[in-house]
Ligand binder design. Structure first.
Ligand SMILES: [Ca+2]
Length: 256
């Protein structure tokens, strides 16, 4: 082969190798950065508090009471955390009273609603948390405590899955009254509504980004740098074949 052609091919191989290595040094870090960004975003979504003024440290801001004639104030005693908690009450006809915030949700994502509740007077039959999926035909989700207790205690709706037709959740803290005599409120503090991390995702991004690149490209890199050998190494001759059909040297000597 012409020496100039061989030289040109070696040069082309060298350029291809450098281009490939440069590509790998760029692609691999970008892949890891992309994966890290996705994981970070997922964690951020999973831990974010979706309520505002969830501990009532800013008064009643962000919360709406129903019915409108109920009593909804903030108090300094009893409080679970901070300086303020919410007190819910109503005089007159017995009814269900509640405060709420409307929060955007993602269909089929899991949500957890928690609070600390103080229900000590038998005036209220139940203290409840409730998630109502607005614009959806799916039933609401509710968890209640009935027994009175002199102090705050946690109450939780865990991993409620937003229906496929839900885009908004009405996040509620509810008191169900026995009697209409006002003066013994029900208290809430530290409400929370969070989106839980999605189930472990399909591991598609991990094997697609890394192993395919590493597995497919190193072979061409090494081949391009080597000249083909002009004289292949001779295969060894099988040493046992000549002796199978004849006697050993010692036997031959003894026969002479
Ligand atoms: Ca508080």
């Amino acid at each position: 082969m012409d020496e100039h052609v061989q030289h040109q091919r070696r040069h082309d191989g060298y350029v291809a190798t450098r281009t490939l290595l440069l590509g790998l040094t760029l692609v691999l870090p970008l892949s890891f950065l992309t994966l890290s960004f996705l994981l970070t975003s997922r964690e951020t979504i999973g831990s974010a508090e979706l309520l505002t003024n969830e501990g009532f440290e800013d008064g009643t801001a962000g919360w709406k009471p129903r019915p409108l004639d109920m009593t909804f104030i903030t108090v300094t005693e009893p409080v679970h955390w901070g300086d303020w908690a919410a007190a819910l009450d109503r005089s007159g006809p017995t009814s269900e009273i509640y405060i709420f915030q409307d929060v955007s949700v993602v269909p089929e994502r899991a949500y957890t609603h928690t609070a600390e509740v103080y229900k000590y007077q038998a005036r209220f039959a139940e203290a409840c948390l409730r998630i109502k999926w607005l614009y959806s035909t799916s039933p609401e989700v509710e968890v209640c405590v009935e027994v009175d207790y002199d102090g705050y205690r946690p109450i939780t709706i865990a991993l409620a899955i937003a229906p496929t037709d839900a885009i908004t959740a009405r996040v509620m803290a509810v008191g169900k009254m026995w009697t209409g005599e006002e003066g013994n409120p029900i208290y809430f503090d530290d409400l929370s509504f969070t989106s839980n991390p999605s189930p472990p995702p399909t591991p598609t991004p991990i094997p697609v980004y890394v192993p395919l690149v590493l597995k497919n490209h190193p072979a061409p890199v090494s081949i391009l740098d080597f000249e083909p050998t002009s004289t292949p190494t001779a295969l060894p001759v099988e040493p046992s074949l000549p002796h199978r059909k004849s006697d050993s040297p010692s036997q031959q000597r003894s026969q002479r």
